[in-house]
Write a protein of this length. Sequence first.
Length: 117
Amino acid sequence: MLKKSVLRKKNDFSTIYNKGKSVGERYVVLFYRKNDLPYNRVAFLASKKVGKSVIRNRARRLMKESYRELTESQTISAIGYDFILIARKTIINLKCADVKKSIEAAMKKAGVIEKKV
């Protein structure tokens, strides 16, 4: 993941939370907003409700890998969005394929991924 495609500034997070939209799925919550840039920016979060640091880090790694697979397979058709992916407590002890399906479903609900015909 390129350095420019990672959300870091508090101001960016605040605008996505306040002015963006959200979609909930079984294992993740997706916040998204148009950013008018020629690339997507993304952040992966896991709160202390998910578990201790080892479990939170694994949840973030699962989400990062799932997002990477979705971008490499070019299923994410929209460009110029900010995404915040937040892990839910149900993400514990899952495989990467399950998390990928959940992220894909959330992005379909958001209208960022084209639905397969």
